[in-house]
Design a protein around this ligand. Structure first.
Ligand SMILES: [Zn+2]
Length: 161
């Protein structure tokens, strides 16, 4: 862009907001018209978040070592559709194996209401059972064979919504 005022130096100010995950700038916001705002929290309420998603949630049930023990069901959402409202300082993180999955849970009540999944580390996996608002019509489940993770991720990779 031409600088119309040569007296004025071109700004080198870099205070503009840098996207948190520039590698995922493919669809800044496709304005999914089915999206509404869901509100969720942990059990004690210290951790609260909102996300934009449809009323019908396409979720994944995984049978890997931790998801099986925790009975976790996942709704994987793009980061720009998820906002942590409060409680970031109340979160503890548990990692194991590759360390890619960041299992976040409230250190007061122990509830994992969302986390960073290994399958989509640039997205957020939300636990739909932690949605408090009366905004979910139904949950549609598909299975992910997390017991054989390396095979399953090739055959049937869970996609981010
Ligand atoms: Zn809590």
């Amino acid at each position: 862009m031409p600088n119309s005022n040569p007296e004025r130096p071109v700004s080198t100010d870099t205070t503009e907001v840098v996207p948190e995950h520039p590698e995922h700038s493919d669809t800044p916001d496709q304005e999914d018209s089915n999206d509404i705002v869901h509100e969720g929290s942990c059990h004690c309420g210290k951790v609260k978040w909102v996300m934009r998603a449809p009323r019908v949630l396409q979720c994944v049930r995984c049978n890997c070592s931790i998801c099986k023990k925790k009975s976790l069901i996942h709704y994987i959402v793009k980061r720009e559709k998820f906002t942590l409202v409060q409680g970031g300082d109340k979160l503890k993180t548990y990692t194991f194996n590759t360390g890619v999955a960041q299992h976040r849970f409230c250190k007061k009540c122990g509830v994992q209401s969302f986390y960073i999944p290994r399958s989509n580390p640039n997205s957020i996996s939300v636990m739909p059972n932690c949605i408090d608002s009366n905004t979910v019509d139904s949950i549609e489940l598909s299975d992910f064979e997390g017991q054989n993770w390396d095979e399953a991720i090739k055959l049937n990779p869970p996609s981010s919504n």
